[in-house]
Design a protein around this ligand. Structure first.
Ligand SMILES: Cc1cc2nc3c(=O)[nH]c(=O)nc-3n(C[C@H](O)[C@H](O)[C@H](O)COP(=O)(O)OP(=O)(O)OC[C@H]3O[C@@H](n4cnc5c(N)ncnc54)[C@H](O)[C@@H]3O)c2cc1C
Length: 289
């Protein structure tokens, strides 16, 4: 594997980063941890003369607490999230999900923003943040906009970012009182073959709200709304196993599972069915514990 020569730019501001991209056009690309981009370039799948390093930009860093949400700079590494005391205490399922991403080397360099912007279908945060109802702040120069996670991933390696637009922040609403969330992944190798995230909110002995996101088995992560409807109303003391099983099948149907090197679509739908059952039980345990 060899890397073609390129010029490395280290802009000091977001405006400078955008100006550099405008100046060099299609021959330039943003990068952050480089765990995906440099690999692509080494394998000869991409070639750029100018790499614009976003890691230096202070605005893209930080893990902050606000009354309604956790606010994460796009250049925050998986490792920083996994180790953050704030995330571990107030959002343990998020910290656990981050701890399960890749290996230590990739988590040390790879960022949450890079993960989402690369839009590899095999993504843990992509599935988790969909179930978490996250929103993303993006900017080009001084123009900012907010994109719901639901609308961000358009396809494999394709996002709603406009040319030259940067992802700056990820906003994750705190779980409501008596809420619980669980992320389940299944992998043969480092990248997940299947990911399921379940969120529940319980009240008066019943599930009042359920969210189920399924990813890594098809082209994009999806919300399994039919499964969510089935799980809403389930008793917390004596959950009906047949309803949970039906929800698992409904999520499997919605998953868009395809045949690939990780297995057949039929096999992956079965994985999803089992993972929804486990994820729902774990989320319920957190909500009622
Ligand atoms: C061996 C291996 C195992 C992995 N296993 C997993 C796994 O188990 N689960 C999982 O979810 N992921 C996994 N990954 C993916 C990993 O999480 C991502 O590589 C990492 O998070 C990408 O971040 P980065 O900063 O390195 O991205 P980079 O490589 O720097 O960038 C990726 C892409 O995003 C763009 N980009 C980056 N930041 C921004 C920004 N702020 N705004 C606009 N565009 C931007 C770049 O232009 C580039 O196109 C694995 C990767 C490897 C190499």
């Amino acid at each position: 594997m060899t890397l073609s020569p390129f010029t490395l730019h280290r802009p000091a501001t977001m405006d400078e980063a955008t100006a550099l991209l405008d100046e060099h056009g299609d021959d330039a690309v943003f990068y952050c941890g480089g765990t995906e981009l440099i690999l692509l370039m080494k394998l000869g799948f991409a070639e750029y003369g100018h790499l614009i390093d976003l890691k230096q930009l202070d605005e893209l860093h930080g893990i902050e607490d606000s009354p309604d949400e956790l606010c994460i700079g796009a250049a925050t590494t998986h490792r920083a999230l996994e180790r953050s005391e704030l995330v571990r205490q107030r959002f343990p399922s998020f910290a656990q999900m981050e701890q399960g991403v890749a290996n230590l080397r990739v988590r040390n360099a790879g960022t949450i923003g890079g993960n989402l912007c690369f839009s590899d279908p095999h993504s843990d945060p992509g599935t988790f943040l969909l179930a978490a109802d996250a929103t993303l702040t993006c900017c080009r120069g001084s123009t900012f906009r907010t994109i719901p996670m639901q609308d961000f991933i358009l396809g494999p390696f394709q996002t709603a970012l406009e040319p030259g637009e940067l992802l700056t922040e990820v906003h994750v609403p705190w779980l409501p009182p008596r809420g619980g969330m669980a992320h389940i992944k299944f992998s043969f190798r480092e990248r997940p073959a299947a990911t399921v995230t379940c969120m529940v909110r319980v009240e008066d002995g019943r599930v009042r709200e359920a969210r189920v996101a399924v990813g890594s088995v098809g082209p994009i992560p999806v919300r399994a709304t039919a499964a969510e409807r089935l799980l809403t109303g389930v008793s917390t003391d004596n959950p009906d196993c047949s309803v949970i099983e039906s929800a698992g099948w409904a999520a499997a149907e919605a998953s868009g599972a395809t045949d690939d090197l990780n297995g057949s679509a039929v096999y992956k739908r079965n994985l999803v069915r089992v993972m929804v059952r486990r994820g729902f039980k774990d989320a319920l345990a957190e909500a009622t514990g």
